[in-house]
Design a protein around this ligand. Structure first.
Ligand SMILES: *[C@@H]1O[C@H](CO)[C@@H](O)[C@H](O)[C@H]1NC(C)=O
Ligand SMILES: *[C@@H]1O[C@H](CO)[C@@H](O)[C@H](O)[C@H]1NC(C)=O
Ligand SMILES: *[C@@H]1O[C@H](CO)[C@@H](O)[C@H](O)[C@H]1NC(C)=O
Ligand SMILES: *[C@@H]1O[C@H](CO)[C@@H](O)[C@H](O)[C@H]1NC(C)=O
Ligand SMILES: *[C@@H]1O[C@H](CO)[C@@H](O)[C@H](O)[C@H]1NC(C)=O
Ligand SMILES: *[C@@H]1O[C@H](CO)[C@@H](O)[C@H](O)[C@H]1NC(C)=O
Ligand SMILES: *[C@@H]1O[C@H](CO)[C@@H](O)[C@H](O)[C@H]1NC(C)=O
Ligand SMILES: *[C@@H]1O[C@H](CO)[C@@H](O)[C@H](O)[C@H]1NC(C)=O
Ligand SMILES: *[C@@H]1O[C@H](CO)[C@@H](O)[C@H](O)[C@H]1NC(C)=O
Ligand SMILES: *[C@@H]1O[C@H](CO)[C@@H](O)[C@H](O)[C@H]1NC(C)=O
Ligand SMILES: *[C@@H]1O[C@H](CO)[C@@H](O)[C@H](O)[C@H]1NC(C)=O
Length: 585
């Protein structure tokens, strides 16, 4: 979130006579004409006939030399779709349900040598086939797995010869690191796997990252004990925001983080387009045992950085390190998403919708539309007309009736953004190899944002992202008001009680909306995690039946705001949230 800096830079550019002022490639100053920004993610064409989007991916990225003796996995996806997503090819299916349409005969090979052959159902998701890494020499560059599928003519209604499909996948089998940690990604769930950040050894565990973008100069740099406090508060990462004016202090902060077991998200926002600088930074940080991941572009789509910039940095980082994934945040709803996302393993979204006017720019005094304007929340929608329950009671707007296009931000812009990023990953064939994280708003009372979220509102934002599949929470920004820190801390301290459900590859997520209450459930065996949040500022009730549960065996594992449960329902006060674990017999 570089807007302050951006505004300053913008001023400098203006003085220098550079006139193009854009955000998400839109003009936003009243003096500028409307020019469509372009760069929209293409809408996949509809197909009237079924298509098979056959895909494969290595289950873990990377495997290590030490993993060679244990079975490895390759994940097969075989969605049957009616839209022309990347790689989808026609499939002649018999009449009737897919479950009786037979299976695909799948062969996975490396350099012509078959690793595994198996039958895989149609429309499968992350169907795992096991193979041996034996005989594969560890090396820094990934291998290229070939995956072939045959749909036998005997199954098909329309084809007299077998139909074939092919896909490929990167397989990383790296030498054991001599001097660094490794962050793996479990492509079954999207979870990062890491050993404890202390560097003192231990097993790889799934990490649900939660921790703030944290100012360095003048904050962390002058107060080492802040690191201890953040750890005690339940956070597991610190995303340190440059600049780093005092490198002695910087090294001391990293040392303290390692001592207390806090992971680092290393930010190169100002330098990621400078190869020399990236090289210096990666080489100096890559041996840190608590390095969890790299971070390159901070809203590169907002500033319209060159479309190849994130990929160039990504390739460079992998050529220098290779043991840690790369992340970035995108701010625009729909500007050159695929180009920027090509250069990352983790794409974050940062919809900020609290306290700003999402349809009228109170910074630039213009409207905001898909073609024009900057309201601090790109292409965000106002709450629906008449929806007074969604208006904060402290708001001075609309005592009685909320008009259309009111400018009041909606929490559903967060869930829409996360789910549209997830959908685009599926369209591109990246749904296994890339994950989505969410950036809640923990600031305000500046620029576009007239006020700062409350603690409960911070929690609502976070759950809106997680309920759509976001696998990390990195709020902007620390320092922040104590009441936000307390709310975030309570959430962070409770997270370990429910991340095992989210990171269970066998769990199935279902989403519900009951009135203004957004709910996701993760069902695995006899246990179901329920994560629910009230986007309304009025008391709202949900019956267990609404979400397909009986209400027996409910354990409350987290609450925010006013939460009451009974045998047949739960009731939330204004913007309250809760997590429940439900055990059925
Ligand atoms: C494939 O599975 C998805 C759920 O994963 C379902 O929504 C879709 O309808 C299925 N496709 C077909 C063609 O049955
Ligand atoms: C992997 O091999 C396939 C052909 O099987 C090819 O189309 C693809 O470009 C290769 N990918 C890489 C990264 O080399
Ligand atoms: C340092 O940080 C701690 C914990 O966040 C805080 O209690 C303390 O007041 C800070 N000290 C200074 C000098 O800012
Ligand atoms: C840099 O930080 C170190 C450690 O906090 C401190 O001792 C030193 O005085 C700082 N240097 C400057 C120039 O502020
Ligand atoms: C950075 O490196 C990439 C590839 O290594 C190269 O294409 C690009 O031009 C370099 N950028 C600069 C600014 O030198
Ligand atoms: C790129 O980074 C190097 C190393 O930090 C620095 O010396 C150089 O001035 C930077 N180049 C630009 C154009 O900022
Ligand atoms: C291992 O990392 C440390 C920094 O943590 C560095 O000083 C040392 O040179 C590295 N050793 C090797 C063999 O790369
Ligand atoms: C990256 O894109 C820029 C234009 O924005 C172009 O000048 C440059 O050659 C491209 N670099 C590579 C490595 O493709
Ligand atoms: C927007 O309007 C306000 C109130 O009239 C004014 O103070 C501000 O300078 C205007 N901003 C711009 C960029 O014109
Ligand atoms: C409304 O304002 C009061 C007093 O400032 C504050 O305690 C409360 O948290 C606010 N509530 C909301 C929903 O903004
Ligand atoms: C947004 O701005 C419009 C136009 O000035 C105004 O009518 C509306 O009340 C504002 N809404 C909010 C939430 O600020």
């Amino acid at each position: 979130m570089p807007r302050l800096t951006f505004v300053v830079l913008g001023g400098i550019q203006l003085l220098a006579g550079v006139s193009a002022q854009t955000w998400c490639n839109k003009h936003y100053m009243a003096s500028q004409p409307v020019v469509p920004p372009g760069g929209n993610f293409p809408i996949a064409a509809v197909s009237k006939d079924p298509l098979l989007a056959f895909r494969c991916a290595a289950a873990i990225k990377p495997y290590l030399e030490e993993d060679v003796g244990t079975p490895a996995g390759v994940l097969i996806d075989s969605p049957v779709v009616y839209s022309e997503i990347v790689g989808a090819q026609p499939i002649g299916l018999p009449a009737g349900p897919l479950s009786s349409a037979g299976k695909l005969d799948v062969t996975v090979s490396l350099n012509g040598k078959t690793l595994v052959n198996a039958l895989v159902p149609l429309n499968a998701s992350a169907y795992e086939l096991s193979f041996s890494l034996g005989g594969i020499t560890p090396q820094m560059t990934p291998y290229n797995l070939s995956c072939e599928a045959t749909y036998p003519a005997s199954n098909s209604a329309s084809s007299s010869s077998p139909q074939t499909y092919s896909a490929s996948a990167a397989l990383s089998v790296l030498p054991n690191p001599t001097n660094s940690s490794v962050t793996k990604m479990d492509l079954r769930t999207g979870a990062l796997l890491a050993k404890p950040a202390t560097g003192l050894g231990g097993e790889y565990e799934p990490i649900f990252p939660i921790g703030f973008y944290t100012t360095f100069d003048g904050y962390l740099s002058t107060n080492l004990s802040a690191v201890d406090t953040l750890k005690k508060q339940g956070f597991n990462i610190i995303h340190i925001v440059p600049t780093f004016a005092n490198m002695t202090a910087f090294e001391m902060v990293l040392d303290r983080m390692q001592e207390v077991g806090m992971y680092l998200m290393y930010d190169m926002r100002f330098t990621y387009m400078n190869n020399t600088s990236v090289m210096e930074q990666v080489n100096s940080i890559k041996y840190r045992p608590n390095l969890l991941l790299w971070y390159t572009g901070d809203e590169p789509d907002g500033t319209s950085d060159p479309l190849n910039a994130t990929s160039i940095a990504y390739d460079l980082i992998y050529s220098l390190d290779g043991y840690h994934p790369v992340s970035l945040v995108l701010n625009c709803q729909d500007y050159e998403w695929a180009s920027y996302t090509a250069g990352t393993d983790i794409v974050m979204q940062d919809v900020y919708m609290i306290g700003n006017n999402v349809t009228w720019s109170n910074e630039w005094n213009t409207t905001c539309t898909p073609d024009y304007g900057d309201c601090g929340c790109d292409n965000c929608f106002s709450i629906p007309a008449g929806d007074s329950a969604a208006v904060s009671p402290n708001s001075t707007y609309y005592g009685s009736t909320v008009p259309a296009n009111s400018g009041i931000g909606s929490y559903f812009d967060i869930s829409d953004r996360v789910s549209s990023f997830k959908n685009r990953l599926e369209v591109m064939g990246w749904e296994r190899t890339k994950a989505v994280w969410t950036v809640p708003q923990a600031f305000g009372s500046a620029e576009y944002w007239m006020r700062t979220p409350t603690g409960e509102e911070w929690v609502v934002q976070s759950i809106m992202g997680i309920n759509q599949g976001a696998l990390g929470v990195v709020p902007w920004v620390d320092p922040n008001p104590e009441y936000i820190k307390m709310a975030a801390s309570a959430f962070a301290l409770s997270l370990p009680k429910f991340t095992s459900y989210i990171f269970n590859a066998a769990s199935v997520r279902s989403n519900y909306l009951v009135g203004g209450v957004d709910i996701a459930t993760w069902a695995a065996g006899i246990e179901t995690l329920v994560l629910a949040t009230n986007t309304d500022y009025v008391t709202s009730k949900v019956t267990w039946r609404d979400i397909g549960l009986s209400g027996a065996g409910v354990e409350v594992v987290y609450t925010s705001g006013s939460v009451e449960t009974t045998g047949n329902s739960f009731t939330f006060g204004s913007v309250a949230s809760a997590a429940f674990v439900v055990k059925s017999k």
